[in-house]
Design a protein around this ligand. Structure first.
Ligand code: AGP
Length: 612
């Protein structure tokens, strides 16, 4: 996620801005920049690609820039490669307006077209430069900074937290937000702005929270707030009691829980990347309908949780688009002398976009002449750069080693790609496509509801800490999800677990089931529910303790058999994994936390496995 800072007061601004940005580094970024208003009122902008230290060195720790007000930014690229040109702050013609932004302006392309028609030119590929020049357009047309920002707010769609400096208004900084985080701190004759509390804790613990569609005007003697029709709002500051480390996690004990709770927004952002007026638009991805129609087979290649997301996508794609799909572990695919057919599409799923085995598999697929589609979370990553087409998930940087929100975003990408193929190939009706699309649009609220009811899972997890072995079982998509549930548990709680196709247990492994063995049965697929319940009865009769994760409508089939049941809201079967995974993530998290383990950095693991 990008990090934003701002300062206006009596001190030299640049060192304060750099210090603030250093406290936001944990949010993940690929470039940085600051803008400081000098004595003559001119705003100096300095930007660098890469680590913040490069910007600190370039500005001699801020001492090369004189001025007592400024804004700063660390960029997590969403539009436009990570480089100095695309880094923030962005400026309008002649440097009259300087802006930093965190978020995604979804309708930036249409706004850019309009500004181009008014003679504006652009130096970068970012939605933020478009935002900057839209405010400049309104400022030039209507005059008044507040009105220009108000009109910006009414015109754009998407999420934003912006800080704006106007060259001809030297005594203030403006700020506004919608869905992206931003807070304002009031110090002694100074005002601070930041994406998050850690950046300002050193200076003040009195924090104002800007609500959506509100505008803040920061001056040395204080800050005033306005709503979008420019009437002033009275706000009381909140006194922050968190320490710096807790503040980085947004008040959560671990990044993993913070990221689990970010999943509703991640789903929304990933859906909005391609869903325009409920139609799936692959323009940005570049995968044409012609190529989709020519695709006769798909091979999905990935590792770990990304592989598990691929297994879900296999069921959904085959079910909707009726294209044969196989899913391969990247570490196997690359050495197996794979046989790829003409018209084959290879999909490489990778959160980091740097996993060595997945990158090697991509290169092997290209060498064999296949078209390649990457599903990645990091813009400009190796896999993204080398694939023919890229679907960017919008999970933002994921800090916890055990993936949650990035996996969820990969599921969403899999649904949308499968739906797109099915609609183009006309293998499902418009009504069926609309029903699933509506189901996807309901997911954020349903996930939110599951997250708000997590205490019951926390209580059950407390009883699991002594468990030695756990089996996760399911059929179809429920089996695919069991793979992920099992990995989540073992990688952060160090409890051995295995995922099994429910129908496979009796072919050997059921010999391990004895009195008290914990078995988690996933039941979201109505057509397979009876069969899975029979398998659960089999393990129950051998003494297993059964936890069921069941769709609301299938509850009557299992609640009398299972020892503990977690229900998830009803949804289209193709997308049920997005709901069933939430209790499995929470269960693993609480077991690990109860055992006092390092939830965010489990032993032996790396966030991105860039070696074989
Ligand atoms: C999942 O919790 C792990 N962090 C791991 O399995 C991960 O999914 C795998 O290493 C693939 O990483 P990637 O998505 O960055 O390629």
């Amino acid at each position: 996620m990008c990090g934003i800072v701002g300062y206006i007061g009596k001190k030299q601004a640049a060192p304060v801005l750099l210090e603030g940005l250093s406290k936001l580094e944990y949010r993940g970024y690929d470039s940085a920049g600051i803008a400081v208003r000098g004595n003559g009122g001119k705003i100096d902008v300095v930007k660098t690609k890469g680590r913040l230290q490069l910007l600190i060195d370039k500005t001699e720790n801020g001492n090369a820039l004189f001025g007592t007000s400024g804004i700063g930014h660390t960029r997590w690229a969403t539009h436009g490669e990570p480089n100095e040109t695309n880094a923030h702050p962005h400026v309008s013609e002649g440097g009259k307006i300087v802006l930093v932004h965190n978020g995604i302006i979804e309708n930036y392309a249409e706004i850019k077209e309009k500004l181009l028609s008014h003679g504006y030119t652009f130096y970068s590929n970012t939605d933020t430069e478009v935002a900057t020049k839209l405010i400049a357009y309104y400022y030039e047309k209507y005059g008044g900074a507040l009105e220009a920002i108000e009109r910006f707010i009414l015109r754009v769609r998407g999420s934003y937290a912006i800080a704006v400096m106007f060259a001809d208004l030297p005594d203030r900084i403006y700020a506004a937000r919608k869905d992206s985080p931003m807070i304002i701190g009031a110090g002694e004759d100074s005002v601070y702005l930041a994406s998050d509390v850690p950046a300002i804790l050193k200076y003040t613990r009195n924090v104002y929270y800007i609500e959506n569609l509100e505008i803040a005007v920061m001056e040395t003697d204080g800050v005033r707030f306005y709503n979008v029709d420019r009437t002033e709002i009275e706000k009381m500051p909140v006194h922050i009691t968190w320490d710096a480390e807790a503040a980085e996690k947004g008040g959560y004990e671990h990044f993993m829980m913070k990221e689990i709770c970010e999943q509703p927004k991640v789903i929304t952002d990933t859906v909005n990347y391609v869903l325009k007026d409920k139609k799936i638009d692959f323009t940005e991805i570049g995968l044409s309908d012609k190529l989709i129609r020519a695709t006769k087979r798909i091979t999905i290649v990935a590792c770990g949780s990304a592989y598990h997301a691929g297994v879900v996508m296999q069921y959904v794609m085959e079910g909707l688009a009726r294209i044969p799909v196989r899913v391969e572990l990247a570490s196997e695919f690359r050495y197996r002398k794979p046989i790829l057919e003409r018209g084959e599409l290879v999909v490489v799923i990778s959160q980091s976009g740097e996993t060595a085995d997945s990158l090697a598999a991509l290169r092997e697929a290209k060498r064999l002449g296949a078209k390649t589609l990457a599903v990645v979370n990091v813009l400009g990553s190796s896999i993204a750069r080398e694939a023919d087409f890229v679907f960017y998930t919008k999970a933002g940087p994921e800090i916890a080693v055990a993936t949650t929100k990035a996996y969820t975003a990969q599921l969403i990408a899999g649904y949308l790609i499968s739906l797109k193929f099915a609609v183009v190939k006309k293998t499902i009706s418009e009504a069926a496509s609309a029903a699933i699309t509506d189901g996807i649009l309901r997911l954020p609220a349903q996930v939110e509801a599951l997250l708000s009811d997590r205490e019951r899972i926390q209580k059950f997890a407390a009883k699991m800490t002594g468990t030695k072995d756990v089996f996760f079982i399911g059929r179809g998509i429920d089996y695919a999800l069991s793979l992920e549930g099992s990995l989540k548990l073992k990688e952060i709680s160090y409890i051995h677990s295995e995922a099994y196709a429910a129908g496979e247990l009796k072919h050997g492994t059921i010999s391990l089931v004895e009195e008290g063995t914990l078995v988690c049965g996933v039941i979201t697929q109505e057509t397979l529910a009876e069969k899975t319940v029979s398998n659960i009865v089999e393990v129950k009769s051998r003494g297993a303790f059964v936890v069921a994760v069941a769709a609301q409508n299938l509850l009557p089939k299992i609640e009398k058999i299972a020892d503990f049941t977690i229900t998830i809201p009803e949804t289209a079967p193709q997308i049920a994994a997005s709901l069933a995974v939430i209790p499995l993530q929470l269960l693993s998290y609480y077991v690990s936390a109860n055992k006092g383990l390092d939830v965010d950095k489990p032993r032996n693991l790396a966030k991105s496995v860039t070696v074989e």
